[in-house]
Design a protein around this ligand. Structure first.
Ligand code: GTP
Ligand code: MG
Length: 179
């Protein structure tokens, strides 16, 4: 028999890192070179199948706005979230710092046991890379040492060509508790 589970997922990260583009790649398998900046937040849903556990997982996705003026709205969206994607752009060091700030805030304020994914987007722009995988790993090792019960998944993707996007949601699905 097939099992079914439903989870709330939130995307956080600096403006223009590609949060909405990742969601649209995942939900509609499309990409827009001229996507408009999100106002407030957008809500979308998409389901995945995990064949190994015979489970269908429905994600209720809150795609938040990264512009500074919307920052105060974020807690409304992450408060009851089961999972969070903290997105940065691999060609932008400042966006990586911002993603780390979001992880810090989630650890303090979000539901205990929230599954956190640190996601580097725009992998198709490898030639302009500013954030090395090496330093992401070092950051994760340092975070694990804090031993606060939050496991952090890391991955890189390109919303533009689709590389790695489904993998992120599959990994999150596997990390979430289904009973
Ligand atoms: P806010 O809604 O303002 O928080 O931004 P966002 O994080 O939702 O970014 P959005 O998805 O709107 O993407 C910003 C810009 O980056 C758009 O012009 C996208 O076309 C572009 N973009 C997004 N993902 C990629 C990617 O993987 N590769 C490349 N080359 N460009 C991307
Ligand atoms: Mg957006």
């Amino acid at each position: 028999t097939n099992r079914f589970a439903q989870f709330k997922l939130v995307l956080l990260g600096e403006s223009a890192v590609g949060k909405s583009s990742i969601v649209h790649r995942f939900v509609k398998n499309t990409f827009d070179d001229m996507r408009e900046s999100t106002i407030g937040a957008a809500f979308l849903t998409q389901s995945i199948n995990l064949p190994e556990s015979n489970t269908t997982i429905k994600f209720e996705i809150w795609d938040t706005a990264g512009q500074e003026r919307y920052k105060s709205l974020a807690p409304m969206y992450y408060r009851n979230a089961n999972a969070a994607l903290c997105v940065y752009d691999i060609t932008s060091r400042s966006s990586f710092n911002k993603a780390q700030e979001w992880i810090k805030e989630l650890k303090r304020q979000a539901t205990e046991g929230i599954v956190i994914a640190l996601v580097g987007n725009k992998l198709d722009l490898e030639e302009n890379r500013e954030v090395d995988q090496q330093e992401v790993e070092e950051y994760i090792v340092q975070q694990s040492a804090e031993d606060d019960g939050n496991q952090i998944i890391t991955s890189e993707c390109s919303a533009k060509n689709g590389d790695g996007v489904l993998d992120i949601f599959n990994s999150i699905g596997r990390a979430l508790p289904v009973d």
